[in-house]
Design a protein around this ligand. Structure first.
Ligand SMILES: O=C(O)c1cccc(C(=O)CC[C@H]2O[C@@H](n3cnc4c(=O)[nH]cnc43)[C@H](O)[C@@H]2O)c1
Length: 257
């Protein structure tokens, strides 16, 4: 599970290690253990969940704060994926998680957004006719799709809204840019800066990916005073308390896309 900054990683960990987090889920998460592991390129916080109602074996969740932006996210996630494969413990799923901007009115501050499409919004070229994504230029990909069944189940338990989450390298700070993004991506509910990088790393390893964002601010005119980071981090903690049992019981060999 990749976040950008330690504050977000710790909000996820709190779902398993604090009394508040343990009330968010019916599993015995209060006795989860957390250990730090340094691997080349990244430090992992390993949460070991005891066997619970949803799984009859203990489950492991590696958390990492991989840096802000798609490049840092891709590099750190790829390092973790490679290390896991080389130690014979490959991951079943990769999750990009954190705070994000929500497109009003569909994704209000404090709400959760779960991606059914993870789309990079600014990877391409500007042309006299407008923006051309790299795919129109004959390169790469601009969208990754999380497993549909997992998205459905996690949205059901967390109450997250399902839609496109955009990855941007430049935070939107004007109404014009917000409108332009929504015109190009009508299903976009949120934007953040890491999802596509995490998804590219996961795809390179053939591992399914999810992205979940807790909305800390509206996408639009820059207004730092309107940010609600504390509320968003609390929503992230609550979401992970509820979604962890779904991940634990998910059988990656029984995927329906
Ligand atoms: O200074 C600003 O006006 C400003 C506005 C929004 C976000 C930032 C950040 O530096 C946040 C970077 C960090 O948080 C995620 N995030 C949160 N809200 C947004 C957003 O509206 N658009 C894009 N990213 C957002 C992002 O994933 C980064 O990890 C500064």
């Amino acid at each position: 599970m990749t976040t950008a900054v330690p504050l977000e990683r710790d909000a996820v960990a709190a779902a398993f290690t604090t009394p508040e987090g343990s009330t968010a889920t019916a599993t015995a998460t209060a006795i989860a253990t957390v250990t730090e592991r340094m691997i080349p390129g990244v430090t992992l916080s390993r949460v070991t969940l005891p066997a619970g109602r949803s799984a009859n074996r203990s489950a492991v969740l590696d958390l990492l704060a991989g840096g802000v932006g798609p490049a840092a996210a891709a590099a750190s996630t790829a390092a973790a994926l490679t290390a896991a494969t080389l130690t014979g413990e490959p991951y079943d799923v990769v999750v990009s998680a954190g705070i994000g901007g929500g497109f009003p009115p569909d994704a209000p501050v404090g709400s959760l957004v779960l991606a059914d499409e993870i789309t990079v919004a600014d990877l391409g070229a500007t042309t006299p006719e407008g923006f051309a994504p790299v795919t129109a230029l004959g390169f790469g990909a601009v969208t990754h799709h999380p497993p549909k069944s997992l998205v459905r189940e996690i949205a059901a338990v967390t109450g997250a809204r399902i839609g496109t989450v955009l990855t941007v390298s430049t935070v939107t700070g004007t109404a014009e840019r917000a409108a332009e993004l929504r015109r190009r991506h009508p299903r976009a509910l949120a934007e953040a800066m890491e999802g596509f990088g995490v998804a590219e790393a996961a795809a390179a390893h053939g591992v399914p990916v999810l992205e979940i964002r807790a909305v800390s601010n509206p996408v639009g005119p820059r207004d730092r005073a309107a940010w609600r980071i504390g509320d968003a981090l609390a929503a992230l903690t609550g979401a992970f308390g509820k979604l962890a049992p779904v991940l634990e019981s998910w059988n990656p060999h029984d995927r329906t896309h």
